[in-house]
Design a protein around this ligand. Structure first.
Ligand SMILES: Nc1ncnc2c1ncn2[C@@H]1O[C@H](COP(=O)(O)OP(=O)(O)OP(=O)(O)O)[C@@H](O)[C@H]1O
Length: 268
């Protein structure tokens, strides 16, 4: 696929290794191995790949949870390593599995933590608006995290990520711990918010079906490199190479097996 000419986000030969604890012969474990790629403003990109392929490490170079050893990450042309943390918090929303709500703070304070760290206060009206975006009514503002279901907590995580009106939304397995119905509903909601709020979204997921249904571009990682960069449609038509196709085969075979079961004669 062609690289977008006006990328909001750009990875330029990004590399990151960790001291190896796995093998004795290699001193380092290369998590991200020279990734270069542009992410166009407004796109919804899914980052997929086997466990340990480097997805989270790559994502964390964007909001500086883990700086690269070499290479650059540019946000609207600026190197994120030169950016003030408050500016990055404003421009980048981050949602991850487990959410990380502060247990001693109510929902409103959790949602407003980003603005507060930047020296402003989210008004009650703004908190209500953010709750509405994630389809929760205003009465949730005063609840404590332990009074919420996992799905509600994840919704609060999304509201918190949107509190600073970010340009870019990063999500790391955001729906991984949810039951399939909640996961489906929240995925659709996030996709709708992506359009409504003119976001650029980058989502790590293990679930190729989720990536195919939600994203408009899919990057497949393997051993720290991007081995396929395709649209869902082109992946479904067979593009992307053997690693990508092995991942697409899983939901395709499940769908075929279910369709076959539905056609079997006999009592329900
Ligand atoms: N903080 C760390 N310290 C040491 N090694 C790390 C650290 N974070 C990641 N790694 C290693 O870097 C490699 C890539 O890990 P990463 O979490 O980016 O993969 P991933 O594709 O996101 O995996 P998963 O899908 O299981 O979350 C792995 O070998 C992992 O062990």
């Amino acid at each position: 696929m062609d690289q977008p000419s006006h990328a909001l986000l750009e990875f330029v030969n990004v590399r990151k290794a960790f001291a190896s604890t796995v093998t004795e012969d290699s001193a380092v474990d290369v998590a991200v191995d020279g990734v270069s790629c542009g992410i166009a403003a407004g796109s919804f990109v899914a980052l997929v790949g086997a466990s340990g392929s480097g997805k989270s490490t790559l994502l964390k170079t964007v909001n500086r949870l883990g700086d690269p050893d070499s290479g650059q990450v540019l946000l609207a042309g600026d190197n994120v390593q030169d950016a003030a943390p408050a500016m990055l918090r404003r421009r980048i929303g981050y949602v991850f599995q487990g959410v990380g709500l502060f247990p001693h703070m109510n929902v409103a304070d959790n949602i407003g933590i980003g603005p507060r760290l930047s020296g402003t206060r989210a008004s009650d009206g703004r908190i209500a608006e953010l709750l509405e975006l994630v389809e929760l009514d205003g009465s949730y503002a005063g609840r404590m995290p332990h009074e919420l279901s996992g799905g509600q907590r994840q919704r609060i995580g999304v509201a918190r990520a949107l509190a600073g009106n970010p340009q870019l939304l990063l999500m790391d397995e955001p729906f991984g711990a949810l039951d399939p119905l909640t996961r489906d509903g929240l995925g659709k909601r996030v996709r709708a918010l992506h359009g409504q709020l003119n976001l650029t979204t980058m989502m790590v997921t293990h679930d190729m079906a989720e990536a195919l249904l939600l994203a408009d571009r899919i990057l497949v990682m393997e051993k720290g490199r991007i081995v396929a960069d395709e649209t869902p449609r082109s992946l479904l038509k067979g593009a992307g190479g053997p690693i990508a196709q092995a991942m697409v085969a899983v939901p395709r075979e499940q769908a075929a097996a279910l369709a076959q079961m539905a056609q079997l004669d006999g009592p329900a």
